[in-house]
Design a protein around this ligand. Structure first.
Ligand SMILES: C[S@@+](CC[C@H](N)C(=O)[O-])C[C@H]1O[C@@H](n2cnc3c(N)ncnc32)[C@H](O)[C@@H]1O
Length: 268
């Protein structure tokens, strides 16, 4: 199959930027080409430049365009990633700082395949006793949202799950499911996943006590980054807590936030 010309690379990255707000730089070129090649072949278009032309004209079937967005997003995640936030949440719960009578509602705002949302759910189920709680997970990519809803993971991915949580909240796969784990049903029922683009109008969501907005801001610059944070903050209760990835600084953006600790924010 012929390669991708410079104008087509620019056109496809510009299109992806418009849809997702994420800038794919030259360093992602090999990834873009390999992902496009697969989809172009599946669509019966042998020429990559022609495939890009059809894409940017909006002439690809919707499901192919959705698949392309899925393939170009970076979904890396794992259970109990950046444990300082889970320690902070445990501390706030034990000091009743984050808990009110109606219980706790937590949002994993770029939930990828669900590991973050289920880590939060395990912690809440363990720490809150009879106090009600719910976790919401949202992501741009439809395929990771589907994976998240299933709650089925390879056993290898569970290495950061504390042993008591593994025992209590995960079912070990047998037979055809050997080597996999399934998040226990009662936990899955309290975690709701849906698609949402954080740059656009959000779907109907409750107000949250805690929002995890981690390892997604790194893909955005300037206005888009500010827009995402402002959008997300509309869903944070006045006393709520916002966790961002430790590599993601919010300083100097003029946001109405105060840092309670590194990568932990509250309304100013
Ligand atoms: C690297 S993962 C982070 C997952 C998890 N929060 C963590 O820290 O492990 C980034 C996720 O952000 C999602 N994402 C990227 N742009 C987005 C947008 N505009 N709206 C919603 N989700 C987005 C991607 O699909 C991807 O699943």
């Amino acid at each position: 199959m012929a390669g991708l010309s410079d104008p087509s690379f620019l056109a496809v990255t510009e299109h992806f930027y418009k849809v997702s707000g994420i800038r794919l730089t030259e360093s992602k070129r090999a990834l873009v080409v390999s992902r496009l090649q697969r989809l172009a072949l599946d669509s019966g278009i042998a020429d990559l430049d022609r495939f890009v032309d059809v894409l940017v004209r909006g002439q690809l079937p919707k499901h192919v365009e959705v698949m392309l967005i899925d393939k170009l997003t970076t979904n890396e995640t794992y259970f109990f990633r950046e444990p300082a936030h889970f320690d902070d949440l445990t501390r706030r719960i034990s000091q009743a700082q984050a808990v009110n009578r109606e219980g706790m509602v937590v949002w994993s705002a770029a939930s990828s395949s669900g590991e973050e949302a289920y880590s939060i759910a395990m912690l809440l189920a363990d720490q809150l006793g009879n106090i009600p709680w719910r976790v919401y997970g949202t992501d741009l990519s439809t395929s990771v949202v589907e994976t998240a809803r299933q709650g089925l993971y390879s056993m290898e991915r569970a290495r950061n799950v504390p042993a008591p949580y593994l025992k209590k909240f995960c079912l070990r796969g047998e037979g055809a499911y050997e080597g996999q784990l399934l998040i226990e049903r009662s936990l899955r029922q309290r975690v709701e996943f849906q698609c949402a683009n954080l740059l656009h109008t959000l779907p109907k969501l409750p107000m949250f006590d805690v929002i995890f907005l981690r390892n997604v801001l790194i893909y955005f610059e300037g206005d888009a980054k500010v827009q995402i944070i402002r959008n997300v903050l509309t869903q944070l209760k006045p006393e709520g807590v916002l966790y961002t990835g430790h590599a993601e600084s919010l300083s100097g953006l003029g946001l109405p936030l105060r840092a309670a600790a590194p990568a932990i924010y509250q309304h100013a």
